[in-house]
Design a protein around this ligand. Structure first.
Ligand SMILES: CC(C)(COP(=O)(O)OP(=O)(O)OC[C@H]1O[C@@H](n2cnc3c(N)ncnc32)[C@H](O)[C@@H]1OP(=O)(O)O)[C@@H](O)C(=O)NCCC(=O)NCCS
Length: 181
């Protein structure tokens, strides 16, 4: 996939992105928000394999701003629901309004892309974040107007062995489309 708005480009990752992705995924500062403060410890070969697994319903993408790779996003589609994840990995590009724009670009794509929606119409987008990630929750609740649908207490043990709580979000097609108009 490839979508562009102003200076933001979201495009399918290729094996040429493997070194950059591997660097981000193995960096504990970048991965801390996901519960991996020591990084994933993934080999370059495994990253290449992960990139190759992408298909229409399971995408791994690079986020570029002004031609520079600054982060990654992914989504998978199961039935009528898309499950995305988004990460601005370059700290210099966080807190500048890009995350909100990127998420809205992705959601619009997921709800309107003809290739995807002719095969399975997306009715809902669902994702979660860690309870400690207050910035992400602020963006989801106040900037993209997603619905906070639940909290799963101590549902997952992170890399340090600490139990973590997840907050679940969703946005439905009718709500997203009516907000847009
Ligand atoms: C979460 C993320 C996508 C948000 O994108 P971003 O470009 O940094 O965010 P924006 O600049 O669009 O908006 C940030 C908002 O959060 C607010 N904010 C910043 N830090 C905050 C905090 N600790 N608590 C609450 N709100 C906070 C900002 O003030 C701003 O809101 P405002 O415009 O109303 O003032 C991005 O920071 C990111 O990728 N972070 C690392 C990975 C991650 O957390 N991914 C999502 C979780 S699964």
């Amino acid at each position: 996939m490839r979508i562009q708005k102003d200076n933001i480009l979201i495009r399918t990752a290729t094996v040429d992105d493997a070194v950059q992705l591997n660097k981000w995924w193995n960096d504990g500062r970048v991965m801390e928000h996901a519960g991996f403060p020591y990084g994933l410890g993934e080999s370059l070969e495994d990253t290449i394999e992960n990139i190759k697994k992408s298909d229409e319903f399971n995408q791994l993408c690079i986020i570029e701003i002004d031609g520079k790779a600054v982060g990654e996003l992914s989504y998978k589609i199961r039935g009528d629901t898309a499950y995305p994840g988004c990460k601005i990995c370059d700290f210099d590009y966080q807190n500048k309004g890009y995350g909100t724009k990127i998420i809205l670009m992705l959601f619009e794509f997921l709800f309107t892309d003809e290739t995807i929606n002719s095969k399975c119409r997306i009715e809902r987008i669902a994702w979660d974040t860690m309870l400690e990630n207050k910035r992400a929750q602020h963006v989801y609740e106040n900037k993209i107007r997603a619905r906070r649908v639940g909290v799963r207490k101590d549902c997952w043990k992170d890399q340090t062995g600490r139990l973590r709580t997840a907050v679940d979000y969703e946005i439905r097609r009718e709500d997203f489309m009516s907000d847009k108009n």
